[in-house]
Design a protein around this ligand. Structure first.
Ligand SMILES: [Zn+2]
Ligand SMILES: [Zn+2]
Length: 83
């Protein structure tokens, strides 16, 4: 069975319906200011930030760390996974 991940926080869901129904604690507008967003890439051994190229083993650890090349400014936001 496929797993679905949130692009903002890396939380794993069993279906898209429950993913998009729940608030995301790492939403870019602020914690729980919006819903989880479906990560549309495939499951990988490692995930790369699309802004800075740093790699992480999980989406959870990638999205938990500040990005020094974030579009809003260095460390003004979290890493974001490339597809
Ligand atoms: Zn989320
Ligand atoms: Zn980054």
């Amino acid at each position: 069975m496929a797993n679905y991940y949130c692009e903002y926080c890396g939380t794993k869901f069993r279906n898209v319906n429950s993913l998009t129904a729940a608030n995301c604690f790492r939403h870019p507008y602020g914690g729980n200011k919006g819903k989880h967003k479906l990560y549309q890439g495939s499951e990988k051994d490692k995930y790369t930030c699309k802004h800075c190229g740093q790699s992480y083993r999980t989406l959870i650890s990638l999205t938990a760390a500040n990005c020094y090349r974030h579009p809003l400014g260095g460390n003004k936001g979290k890493h974001a996974p490339a597809l």
